[in-house]
Write a protein that binds this ligand. Sequence first.
Ligand SMILES: NC(=O)c1ccc[n+]([C@@H]2O[C@H](COP(=O)([O-])OP(=O)(O)OC[C@H]3O[C@@H](n4cnc5c(N)ncnc54)[C@H](O)[C@@H]3O)[C@@H](O)[C@H]2O)c1
Length: 508
Amino acid sequence: MSEPHNAERTCWNCPAAIFRGNVDFRACGQSQEEIKAQLGDEGQIMIECSRRPELGHYEPTITFEECPQWELGDYGYQLKNMRVMILGMDGYLGWTLALKLARQGCEVSGIDNYLRRDSVMEKGAHSIIPIPKMTDRLHAATEKFGVHINFRRMDLRDRQKLAEFIDEVKPEAIVHYAEVPSAPYSMVDMDHAIYTQDNNTLGTLGLLWIMKDIVPESSLIKLGTMGEYGAPLTGRPLFEGMFPADAVLKWKDREWSMGGEITPRDPVSFYHVSKVQDTYNIYEACKYWWLRSYDIMQGVIYGVHTDELAHDDTLRSRFDIDEWFGTVINRFIAQAIAGIPLTIYGAGEQIKGFIALDDAMECMVRLISSPPEPGQYEVVNQVSGLYKLRDIAETVAKVGNEKYGLDVEIQRLENPRVETEEHPFEAVSSKLPNEFGFEQTVPLEKEVDRMFQVLTQPEMKTRIKEKEHTIMPKTTWSGEKKDPEVIERYKPGTKDSDGFEAVLHSEE
Ligand SMILES: NC(=O)c1ccc[n+]([C@@H]2O[C@H](COP(=O)([O-])OP(=O)(O)OC[C@H]3O[C@@H](n4cnc5c(N)ncnc54)[C@H](O)[C@@H]3O)[C@@H](O)[C@H]2O)c1
């Protein structure tokens, strides 16, 4: 068996380490090596351990493998009873992660203001998989798994309350999901666009200041999106946030190194712009205050399955299909079941990054248990496959037709978005497999099948039927509200996809 990915990490990464010594820990953003070089023979980096005060002052060199506070678990070494706070815990990902972490032995706390429930209601839709209210969810978690999750109803932007809760819990990692997650929602009208950017950008900015003052040693695991990058028409690879060391810019017979610079972003909606703004704010906070963060450029997540969610119906996470909140694969499954041809926008040659829910959750646990160093801002591209929309439609139709006896068709609609419909796409996702030990376990077809299993149950079918009118896109990027024209309708397997081939670099 290969060595756990984080065995060699040290106190330097551990949130229990309180830094002491003659280093100015502010305005830093420097590596351990640089600081040591600065100190020369003059001094040392010293720490105290908040979990093991008996050690007194010492150099931060104890590895996770050596430290009794870190135990070998399913995903490498994990800090015993690690305190993890999830912001946005009532959401699709937040609830799923809360259950998983609690079962891994973490002390899980979280907040939510139920914005997602309210906005889905505003759209006139509902979660196809019924979800209990939070108090019932928490009881179910205790009853089924014997875990106690500490939840407060709270708006992230209620900074006083949030600071008090963070001070009370002293989380060792903070997972930040609490944002409006939808591009179409942010394009509905002026109010929705402003709400999205206010909620997301100011929520995150306030959180950074609170972390600086109360838990600077805690890591921030923040959800951005692959959509921050856009799809460069030059075919330039989508690196993990920064240009690699050997990247160069050539101009007028001159050449400059680009290594370590933030790569350009080309967001594709006002929602995506809010994520780009977050990126810069987090990057700066790590630089100014030595906060530490993994900023995850998240591919589209699909699916219904983790061991915890499948354990009992009362533990399931939400599943939306409406035009604002349904993500593409989830919507295709609902359309297949409702007998609506799967809706591809425009050419359908758009390529995007995807990952199944179960795999995405495993990535999160691995990142949480291998914290960044103080001052480290690290971008991780979290995708396991790149697909064209029309190819995904083919896969969903194939599984639906062959295994569930459906008669699924596909339709191309006039594109409500402003986006390039045919483009090269070369993405790098190398850190998760090489530095964090992640291996994909859920291929697309497997999760599509699981989704059909859950969503073809009679109650779910009825719930899809009740809300099928919310599926078709009405929000356009031009601001016009209209039903899109159908460009063509066809049977799966009758069209060849052409154009560009996606390339995913997962090698080191
Ligand atoms: N699901 C995906 O495919 C995907 C892909 C890329 C990025 N992301 C990002 O991941 C995060 C979580 O996504 P999700 O799919 O679970 O969405 P979600 O809407 O289900 O979850 C977000 C939760 O945060 C809560 N929330 C929002 N604003 C809040 C505030 N101000 N205070 C307190 N709670 C607040 C919502 O009520 C909701 O329960 C989002 O930031 C989203 O942008 C998701």
